[in-house]
Design a protein around this ligand. Structure first.
Ligand code: NAG
Ligand code: NAG
Ligand code: NAG
Ligand code: NAG
Ligand code: NAG
Length: 371
């Protein structure tokens, strides 16, 4: 009996420091996990040495061009954890990396779930919103995976309704659904892109650029003021707005930046312009092909599909997005992901490591980050 008492007392005496240690340990682990989560982004998972791809006479480059990597679909996930383990999609980020101008990225999707996820990872930032309306022709696995992605991520929206995006009005309705979905949220500009567009810059760069538009709308690089949109006549096929927006829709809505205040006016106008069929796999655009296309590969709308041979030149282009096909050259997309990753996380302003930045090129961009 006495022995038992002593034993209990000793255990009690021991349990206090043990409990303190345990609490400290948990606190430290939580803190480490939290800091790790915020400050140490995971580099994109990639087997290719992208730095070698800048040297067009290197053996690695030449053998890659002979045998390109194509998208290998991952298995369907069972839960959100599997997506988080595969992708770096932080729920918090320092302001210096995320920026503070909330953006809304919208694109219609049909297939290649892993490509959608890759591009989302390239552009993801917890302060921005992403919306992926699904085309009616998508297969059931694709839909299931997209819906799960939307359920797992608070800032990713995937409307349950499907859209027939084979026509202009079908595609515009899909965008409009996204725009209405979170209309009350404090997003400032929406960026509409085509399914196969990949970014060349960090989302912070895109958001800073959009901020300068204020209340205007930019379609295919042309700016439209509120007055123009309000007084636009959808029957006037000679207006600049008509011509530019028609060309934009013809190119699968790649790309436009729309201010929150103007999205209703713009889409009301666009829905009153005539409906027409958009190019797709069955009806490809063959008459107007993008000029100077090194790869000679074109998307359904005649836009050039960029690939590894263009990699050395992308540092010089002023374009925000380019088209790429994951079933033709996925390695190129992974290398662009590395570039965008560097542009996002090794911002020379906070990192001071300019040599690390876009493989030594820091053309034009630093000033854009500074203003
Ligand atoms: C490019 O690769 C070739 C062949 O491996 C090599 O001789 C050359 O030095 C490389 N050039 C640069 C700039 O690294
Ligand atoms: C192409 O690359 C894949 C994987 O990298 C490899 O399994 C295959 O054997 C290569 N094919 C040729 C023809 O080199
Ligand atoms: C989508 O719309 C087009 C044109 O109206 C039509 O021909 C096609 O059958 C529709 N597709 C589906 C899957 O409903
Ligand atoms: C445009 O044309 C349609 C039919 O021709 C007509 O019903 C409509 O009122 C016109 N809209 C405007 C704004 O003139
Ligand atoms: C990029 O631009 C720089 C400076 O304008 C030029 O020296 C270089 O050759 C260009 N690179 C490519 C791949 O076009």
């Amino acid at each position: 009996m006495a022995n038992h008492d002593i034993c209990t007392k000793t255990m009690w005496a021991l349990s206090v420091p043990l409990a303190v240690l345990l609490v400290l340990f948990i606190a430290l682990t939580a803190y480490a996990t939290y800091s790790f989560h915020i400050f140490v982004p995971l580099a994109p998972d990639n087997d290719i040495d992208c730095a070698e791809m800048f040297n067009k006479s290197s053996e690695n480059y030449l053998s890659y061009i002979e045998n390109r990597t194509v998208l290998v679909p991952t298995r369907n996930d069972k839960n959100c954890f599997q997506i988080r383990r595969r992708r770096y999609l932080p729920s918090d980020m320092p302001k210096s990396m995320a920026g503070n101008h909330n953006m809304f990225f919208i694109r219609v999707v049909k297939k290649d779930y892993d490509f959608v996820e890759e591009v989302l990872t390239m552009m993801h930032s917890p302060i921005h919103f992403f919306c992926f309306p699904i085309d009616i022709s998508a297969d059931s696995i694709f839909k299931e995976r997209m819906f799960r992605l939307g359920d797992c991520m608070v800032n990713v929206l995937v409307p349950r309704e499907l859209f027939n995006t084979s026509t202009a009005h079908g595609t515009l309705s899909a965008h409009r659904r996204c725009l209405k979905e979170i209309d009350e949220f404090d997003w400032k500009h929406a960026v509409i892109t085509a399914e196969h567009d990949i970014p060349l810059h960090s989302t912070k760069f895109l958001s800073r650029r959009s901020r300068r538009l204020r209340d205007m709308v930019e379609i295919n690089g042309v700016h439209f003021k509120e007055e123009t949109l309000l007084s636009a006549d959808p029957n006037d096929t000679s207006s600049q707005l008509y011509q530019v927006s028609r060309n934009w829709i013809q190119h699968l809505c790649s790309m436009a930046t729309i201010s929150h205040s103007q999205h209703k006016t713009l889409y009301n106008y666009l829905m009153k312009t005539p409906d027409f069929n958009l190019p797709n796999d069955e009806h490809r655009e063959v008459h107007v092909l993008e000029k100077g296309c090194d790869t000679n590969q074109y998307d359904v709308d005649g836009s050039c599909l960029y690939a590894m041979q263009d990699f050395p030149a992308i540092r010089n282009t002023t374009r925000l997005f380019i088209r790429a096909d994951p079933n033709y050259d996925f390695g190129f997309i992974q290398c662009v992901h590395e570039v965008v990753f560097e542009r996002t996380y090794f911002d020379p302003i906070s990192n001071k490591n300019a040599m690390n930045y876009l493989y030594g090129s820091h053309k034009n961009l630093i000033n854009d980050y500074r203003n």
